[in-house]
Design a protein around this ligand. Structure first.
Ligand code: CO
Length: 469
């Protein structure tokens, strides 16, 4: 899209959003919904789910005045521009008044919607329906403590030095494009229901049923970036591509929540593609396409680079082990902001303290610290936890998958991903949004969400790599 079209498009989408909001809280719709909700006994499972999902959103939307919705959209769009400048000049003070405004508006939303325990529950619910701060407190605090323990064990390992010396060969972008396409096709991405394009930031987008696309970004000097991000987005896409066809156009042909969605991108990106078996498959395939470049890297070295653990400043660039600490930090800050326990002007200082405490690193400036993410400036408070929920759900689902599929590694090594895609489709993808996250987790694993599966996975995998088992 050409740059000059942005303002026009913003107005069009704004207008459509307003129409949609009006329709979704209209009297007719509300009455129909309430009528069906009190007469559900004859409905089928899918129909009950449709009513549950629609009513859940209706119940929230109807309580938020349109004026407040519009104000948040307006403040967010202005705030995003200020954030960009503040980030560029590494100056949190510039952004702080906007953060103050957004927090105030978001708190107003929480008060209008209402809550039992914490106003933060209202915000969480927009991205992870039915999730509560209390539940996250418990899960995230043990995840945080266990992760710090794992990090401590890695810290003293001699393997770190060895990884630092491995060189990534540069690979022409044309080759990377061909290779990435071939890899995601092997994983099971259906090109008759999607396509891959390039963009600054990789993302997946649902155009309509049967058209699920994703983007990636290539770097000649680091093929691993496009490879891992393509596989991540491919995971999101395959979830959407494999909903049961009978759910098309019912509103149920979508993922359950951001956390469950992220669990599917992380499953493919981390659990599968960061395994030794995958590296063997990949190097063999890559050498067939471009031997000259890929002869310079072995499967063993690729595996080590893919799993290098190094506390860093920028959330989107860090490894599987430290990643969740970045999320927990943000969760701890935003819940306190919303409850009024801390002020927006204190956020920067607490950020720096927590980075030191959890990761042992200190941001050089606000740009690589508190200002690094776009989320808060766009009004996305309560969003961050879904990233870590994705990691936790992925580990819990995969521990079950490993029980059900014999010797996954030997299949992955020869590029046979079909049993994995079939298992995920049978257990998760085909159901679309029929179940809630909690229901799905219990249905697939027999248990509630628990961080112990992820911690066990970390210890097993990284214990082997960094030799601390
Ligand atoms: Co994702």
């Amino acid at each position: 899209m050409p740059k000059s079209g942005i303002e026009g498009k913003a107005r069009q989408t704004g207008y459509i959003a307003k129409l949609l909001h009006k329709k979704s809280i209209s009297k007719e719709f509300g009455q129909a919904l309430k009528y069906i909700k009190s007469n559900t006994e004859k409905l089928k499972l899918e129909e009950k789910a449709m009513v549950r999902n629609l009513y859940h959103e209706y119940e929230r939307d109807i309580k938020i005045p349109t004026k407040l919705v519009t104000e948040i959209v307006e403040v967010s769009s202005r705030s995003q521009k200020v954030w960009e400048e503040a980030k560029r000049s590494s100056d949190f003070d510039k952004f702080e008044p906007y953060l103050t405004k957004l927090v105030k508006l978001k708190r107003e939303v929480c008060e209008k919607v209402g809550y039992d325990d914490s106003p933060y529950d209202v915000l969480l619910d927009s991205y992870e329906p039915y999730m509560k701060e209390k539940t996250l407190d418990k899960i995230f605090s043990s995840l945080r403590d266990d992760t710090i323990k794992v990090l401590g064990k890695i810290e003293g390992s001699k393997v770190k030095e060895k990884i630092g010396k491995i060189k990534i060969p540069s690979i022409p972008i044309d080759v990377q494009k061909e290779l990435n396409k071939a890899v995601v096709a092997d994983l099971g991405y259906d090109f008759s229901s999607g396509r891959i394009d390039e963009a600054e930031h990789p993302f997946t987008t649902w155009i309509t049923t049967g058209d699920i696309r994703f983007t990636t970004h290539y770097y000649e000097e680091n093929f691993i970036q496009a490879l891992t991000s393509s596989i991540h987005e491919c995971g999101h896409s395959m979830y959407e591509q494999n909903h049961d066809k009978k759910l098309a156009f019912t509103g149920l042909d979508e993922g359950i929540s951001l956390g469950i969605h992220e669990s599917q991108s992380r499953t493919w990106e981390n659990q599968i593609a960061r395994s030794m078996a995958f590296c063997k498959y990949f190097i063999k395939k890559a050498r067939k396409i471009y031997d000259k470049g890929f002869r310079k890297i072995s499967a063993d070295d690729l595996f080590l680079i893919l799993n290098e653990v190094k506390p860093g400043m920028i959330r989107i660039r860090v490894d599987e082990v430290t990643y969740n600490l970045h999320v927990v930090l943000r969760f701890e800050l935003e819940k306190k902001l919303i409850k009024g326990n801390i002020k927006p002007k204190d956020v920067n200082e607490i950020w720096i303290e927590k980075m030191k405490e959890y990761l042992g690193v200190k941001p050089k400036n606000d740009g690589e610290g508190v200002l690094q993410d776009v989320h808060w400036s766009s009004g996305l408070l309560g969003y961050f936890p879904t990233y870590s929920l994705g990691n936790l759900y992925a580990a819990q689902f995969c521990s079950k998958m490993e029980e059900d599929i014999q010797d996954i590694d030997s299949k992955v090594e020869i590029g046979n991903f079909k049993p994995i895609l079939k298992w995920l489709t049978d257990k998760i993808y085909r159901f679309g949004h029929i179940y809630t996250a909690d229901e799905l987790c219990k249905k697939v694993t027999g248990k509630k969400l628990d961080s112990k599966y992820f911690v066990k996975y970390l210890n097993k995998k990284y214990g082997k790599i960094y030799k601390f088992l």
